[in-house]
Design a protein around this ligand. Structure first.
Ligand code: HEC
Ligand code: HEC
Length: 264
């Protein structure tokens, strides 16, 4: 059993390291299908929860919004009378059980927007694999509720060769070379402002070329942690997704980098 646990954990960690590596290397690859959790190994609820917790606090980028108090609902504390996220998840949308609601929250965040908040949450199927999304659902269920995610949920999404791309509402990887379309598709404008578009979570794109050169911008998009955050944004380091290196083709990356460098 211990050996199995370690095996699964190492696959999960391997996947994360693999992305970190890819993000740091030259991005000329097509997005490769990420290594998935080992399904044959009867993944347990505890293993899913542990992997989800790690992703939540780390590479998933959730804390950028959910750790701040006002920007997004607190997922680790009770929300008034509706309780912890693992309790309130089943009461949010009539006819939706907890697991369905949490899964939808992650891949179709604008379907149901928690009252009092803006619809700024990114579609996580853009940056996370389906298995990773399921580990987050398991983790959130575990906060006050019963974990109902099982290896069957993961198997169902793994059986779908396109994985997260079709399971969610996200469009399949595109081939556009149009800078604005690329910024929209990759959800950059969920966190960055350009002109009167976008949201002011990260530094604005409007004058980014005046502050940063091509090499800096390329490094930031490929591996956000590899270059310093802009002044005033230090606390948000770690928010920007780390998967653009695998999401974008090399040519698309260059289109974005050149376009941003011209914004001054
Ligand atoms: C850019 C900010 C942002 C990021 C990043 C973000 N969220 Fe959210 N999230 C929100 C906001 C705002 C809401 C409330 C509005 C809504 O329902 O869309 C929300 C709602 C939710 C809800 C529903 C909460 C409830 O009480 O019903 C869940 C679950 C959730 N987020 C999970 C996550 C997880 C897990 C991650 C990381 C993988 C994440 N979010 C990343 C902003 C964000
Ligand atoms: C979930 C929010 C989020 C998304 C999505 C996001 N970013 Fe960011 N980005 C940030 C934050 C926060 C910072 C500032 C902290 C840092 O530098 O890590 C940042 C910093 C940057 C910077 C450095 C700006 C400067 O002045 O130093 C660039 C360039 C950038 N992002 C480009 C992009 C591009 C291109 C995309 C889409 C392919 C994107 N970002 C998607 C949150 C995001």
């Amino acid at each position: 059993m211990l050996a199995t646990n370690l095996k699964i954990l190492s696959v999960v960690l391997g996947t994360i390291l693999f992305y970190t590596y890819l993000a740091g290397s030259i991005p000329q690859v097509e997005s490769e299908v990420p290594a998935e959790l080992d399904l044959s190994a009867n993944v347990t609820a505890e293993e899913l929860v542990a992997a989800g917790e790690e992703l939540y606090a780390g590479g998933g980028g959730c804390l950028a919004c959910h750790g701040t108090g006002t920007r997004a609902p607190n997922l680790l504390e009770p929300d008034g009378a509706t309780g912890l996220i693992g309790e309130r998840c089943g009461q949010r949308v009539e006819g939706m059980v907890c697991k369905e609601y949490l899964h939808a929250s992650l891949i179709r965040p604008t379907d149901f927007v928690v009252p009092g908040f803006d619809p700024i949450m990114p579609d996580m199927s853009r940056t996370l694999s389906e298995s990773q999304v399921w580990t987050l659902v398991a983790y959130l269920e575990s906060l006050g509720g019963e974990v109902t995610v099982s290896s069957e949920d993961l198997a169902a999404s793994a059986a779908d060769p396109a994985g997260g791309a079709t399971a969610g509402s996200a469009a399949p990887a595109s081939t556009t070379m149009e800078p604005m379309a690329l910024l929209e598709e990759n959800q950059c404008l969920v966190c960055h402002q350009l002109g009167d578009q976008g949201a002011p979570i990260g530094p604005p794109f409007t004058d980014v070329g005046a502050r940063r050169d091509v090499d800096f911008i390329r490094s930031k998009v490929l591996d956000p942690a590899s270059v310093q955050p802009a002044e005033g944004y230090e606390a948000l380091a770690g928010t920007m997704p780390t998967t653009f290196g695998t999401q974008l083709s090399a040519a698309q990356l260059e289109v974005i980098v050149q376009f941003l460098a011209e914004q001054r």
